[in-house]
Design a protein around this ligand. Structure first.
Ligand code: NAP
Length: 242
């Protein structure tokens, strides 16, 4: 059976690791190619966009894919939507790996917003020291609130023109544990964190650190699910493929 995993997440890596030793499965992980030097996978990978829905349809047919597993990030909505349409055009079986939002817990001081505009509005006019942990693609939006200091963490360097004026950039790759996150927040005298509600384990350390330090978190809700209806956990995938 030939399986295409749409990746770019730790979840995709975990799934690929769990399936890599199955001789009856032929796996390929697809990466968008945004990270220059991604951590290696135990299975073959392909890199780069497909070219929209038609490109995915062509790929599924040419490569004779039997199953598509969408393990992309919950905020990567375009690829999920395209994959959903391509799967229905081709009739190929397709599953979406679930990644529920983190629930707010006692001790969390969250301001939940729908998008970056909501996050910027919630930051307010008074200058503050922000830990902006949203990936690098949308940091340019925060140029509209130049009064704040931003600590920005990214795996890849960020184009200087995209950065707000008062910024410090930290290049690092997760996962990040609670203790290290607390140290980072304290070293930079952070007042507020801005993050996406990505769910999963890999980036939860900052949420725990904020709780421990009683820091407010402006948290962007996951976009409405527009992807595949058949939502599964990694365990479900393993059981279904047993
Ligand atoms: P997106 O907006 O949904 O996708 C934009 C375009 O990038 C897609 O139309 C597709 O190009 C290409 N693409 C995205 N994921 C791909 C994949 N796995 N394989 C091949 N092509 C892919 O996605 P995004 O938000 O830019 O995210 C890009 C990648 O980073 C995804 O793999 C995602 O899992 C990962 N990621 C995203 C976030 C986030 O916050 N958005 C966080 C962590 C990791 P074509 O139309 O040409 O096919």
């Amino acid at each position: 059976m030939k399986i295409l995993i749409l990746g770019g997440t730790q979840q995709a890596r975990h799934l690929a690791d769990r399936l890599a030793n199955r001789p009856d499965l032929n796996l390929i992980v697809s990466l968008a190619g945004r990270t220059q030097d991604p951590l290696p996978y135990n299975v073959p990978t392909r890199k780069g966009g497909f070219g929209g829905v038609d490109g995915i349809v062509d790929y599924l047919r040419t490569e004779k894919i039997d199953l598509l597993v969408d393990a992309t990030h919950p905020f990567a909505t375009r690829i999920s939507q395209n994959a959903t349409i391509a799967a229905s055009h081709t009739g190929i079986k397709a599953w979406r790996l679930s990644r529920p939002e983190w629930p707010q817990e006692a001790g969390d001081h969250w301001i939940s917003v729908d998008d970056h505009d909501g996050a910027i509005a919630a930051l307010g006019a008074r200058p503050a020291r922000i830990f902006l942990t949203i990936g690098r693609q949308e940091v340019w939006r925060y140029q509209s609130a130049p009064q704040h200091f931003y600590l920005i963490r990214s795996v890849e360097p960020v184009d200087g023109e995209a950065l707000p004026p008062n910024t410090e950039l930290v290049l690092a790759r997760g996962p990040f544990g609670e203790v290290d996150e607390q140290a980072l927040l304290q070293a930079h005298r952070i007042d507020i964190i801005v993050t996406k509600n990505s769910g999963g384990e890999a980036s939860y350390g900052k949420i725990k650190a904020a709780r421990a330090l009683a820091l407010p978190v402006i948290i962007i809700r996951q976009p409405q699910e527009i992807g595949l209806a058949d939502v599964v956990s990694i365990q479900d995938v393993l059981e279904r493929l047993r």
